[in-house]
Design a protein around this ligand. Structure first.
Ligand code: KG4
Ligand code: ZN
Length: 337
């Protein structure tokens, strides 16, 4: 069975083919970063228009790479939500039109389920049950995953997502959008102990996050700084340290509350190498295991959508062709597999 996966929820056009006996056969990704960089963030209308331009050529390219004809596709998985409505409409319209023409079924995938199952595409994959920490540009949440598709949201961000906080703080430090990876790079030159940022919402019980205060703290710190490259690196270091420490504390609590020994970390921020180093040390000390997607599948991509679609297809969960996109879609609305 070959599943074509299409991701267009935000500013990456992602396409992949997942084959039930070979895994990911081919994948292609086009990032719109250059288009949005001048504006310091994603411009929804420009995102939709660019998905229109890039999606069909990327599908052709991916099928060619996989050495497949359109008629070899068994089903099409596309991101149904959450995300930007115009961007979602491009992917879902192309997916449904192609499926209609080929007379094959479609699966409307939840973007965060895509992130959550991406670690299953790694060589070292987790077994169920586990706790998942999903940290992307749009969402931050802790989810107890008892079995495939059986999700209980334990906590989420009450304001900015972790990736969003990285991007906004990076902007204050003069770094281009999306600043997360650039801030992480700058932090490598920073010195420990020069600044100390707060660890939001760790002084009270609970698993929700709040990252918007860190951005305000960063703004005040930048205003008092001597604006040298070294001092900006010190700020980047302290900011990243606070985010990672906050995530570490909440992961520990979530594992205890759900009584699990495994944590899966996915979404764009899971590409952060300092996060991975810190978590490896903590996991060793506290006796739990940590799993990540392959680096290429941490940020948005078509492979995770193709794979999540395949999982849903396995249990016959196809969607009719008149299915509407869901720009807002709580994870708990998904039915178990
Ligand atoms: O999952 P993703 O591609 O898109 C959403 O679904 O939102 O995540 C993108 C986010 C951006 O905020 C980006 O700055 C952040 O992930 N990100 C990172 C790193 N790589 C990507 N943040 C910190 N360190 C990184 N290495
Ligand atoms: Zn994402």
């Amino acid at each position: 069975m070959n599943i074509l996966g299409i991701e267009t929820s935000c500013d990456e056009t992602g396409v992949a083919v997942y084959s039930s006996h070979q895994g990911i056969r081919a994948q292609a990704l086009y990032s719109q970063i250059k288009i949005h960089a001048d504006y310091g963030g994603v411009v929804p209308e420009l995102a939709s228009r660019d998905h229109v331009r890039k999606l069909l050529p990327l599908i052709e390219q991916t099928l060619q790479q996989a050495n497949l004809d359109k008629r070899d596709i068994s089903a099409i998985a596309y991101t149904r939500g959450p995300g930007l409505i115009g961007a979602l409409l491009v992917g879902s319209s192309v997916a449904r039109a192609l499926a209609f023409a080929l007379d094959i079924p479609t699966i409307g995938v939840h973007h965060m389920e895509g992130h959550l199952v991406a670690p299953m595409l790694a060589e070292d994959k987790p077994s169920y049950p586990f706790v998942a920490l999903l940290v992307s540009g749009g969402h931050s949440m802790l989810v107890d995953v008892a079995a495939p598709g059986d999700y209980q949201v334990l906590g989420e961000s009450v304001d900015d997502a972790a990736g969003e906080a990285f991007d906004k703080t990076a902007k204050l430090l003069g770094l281009d959008y999306p600043g997360g990876p650039k801030l992480a790079k700058l932090a490598e030159q920073g010195h420990a102990g020069v600044y100390r940022f707060p660890r939001p919402m760790t002084d009270r019980p609970g698993l929700d996050f709040s990252f918007s205060g860190l951005k305000t703290f960063a703004l005040n710190t930048v205003q008092q700084s001597d604006r040298s490259q070294q001092d900006f690196a010190n700020i980047a270091y302290a900011f990243q340290e606070a985010v990672i420490d906050t995530l570490r504390i909440k992961i520990g609590r979530a594992l205890q509350q759900a009584n699990r020994q495994r944590v899966v970390i996915a979404g764009g921020v899971s590409a952060n190498l300092q996060l991975r180093t810190t978590l490896a040390e903590v996991a060793k000390k506290d006796g739990f295991e940590v799993f990540y997607p392959p680096l290429a599948y941490c940020t948005d991509n078509g492979a995770m959508i193709a794979y999540a679609g395949w999982l849903r297809a396995q249990s016959g969960q196809y969607d009719p062709l008149d299915t509407r996109v869901k720009p807002r879609w709580p994870l708990h609305e998904l039915v178990a597999l």
